[in-house]
Design a protein around this ligand. Structure first.
Ligand code: S3P
Length: 188
């Protein structure tokens, strides 16, 4: 059995998960600002460390390589950092190791949105920049959207972001997190 002491809730990383285009980066930046914390976008961090964009990495090294890099970085961030706001790429949470470390060491918020809203409002904005959407029919993208929901269902808290401004979603997360801190760690 691990002898590691559990990380106090107030020090845990706050981790945003959800489908592509749910607003994880924008909302994560706002949450970080409101809580005076550092923000790390996992995809941007991968791009910085490897000196290539995610689409370039998919094209030159393949998706399996990207998934390994993504998993290793998230495991490292979850086990070796605290007090951060992390936003994960939409496919990262499909990996069991990623779910395990996020749930064990962080507080996981699922940014949920409906298929209809996503298809109308978000898909047109990201369709050309996300390699996993490339060469897929709308039916295949819909399948991917619903296939992923069972992984996203493993979270600590959920925010329905349909129709919400990023600022409102960030406020909901901050309110929820402060409530959690106050209820479960009132004397810290
Ligand atoms: C992916 C989502 C992307 C990025 C990569 C793969 C996915 O991140 O990690 O293109 O499989 O859903 P966003 O969720 O920020 O678009």
């Amino acid at each position: 059995m691990s002898r590691q002491t559990a990380i106090p809730l107030r020090e845990r990383n706050i981790i945003l998960i959800g489908f592509m285009g749910a607003g994880k980066t924008t909302i994560g930046q706002l949450v970080a600002k409101k809580l005076y914390r550092d923000f790390i976008d996992v995809d941007a961090e991968i791009e910085r460390r490897h000196g290539m964009s995610i689409p370039e990495m998919f094209a030159q090294k393949g998706e399996a390589y990207f998934r390994q890099v993504e998993r290793e970085l998230i495991v490292d961030l979850c086990t070796n950092t605290r007090l951060k706001i992390l936003s994960l790429g939409g496919g990262a949470y499909l990996q069991e190791d990623v779910r395990r470390v996020c749930l064990a060491h962080g507080i996981v918020f699922f940014l949920d949105l409906s298929w209809d809203y996503w298809k109308e409002e978000r898909l047109p904005l990201i369709v050309d920049s996300r390699p996993v959407l490339k060469n897929k029919t709308l039916e295949e993208v819909e399948q991917l959207f619903f296939q992923r929901q069972s992984a996203y269902a493993l979270h600590h808290s959920r925010v329905i972001v349909n129709e919400l401004e990023a600022e409102q979603a960030a406020d909901q997360i901050v309110e929820s997190i402060k409530w959690t801190w106050d209820v479960y760690e009132p004397n810290r």
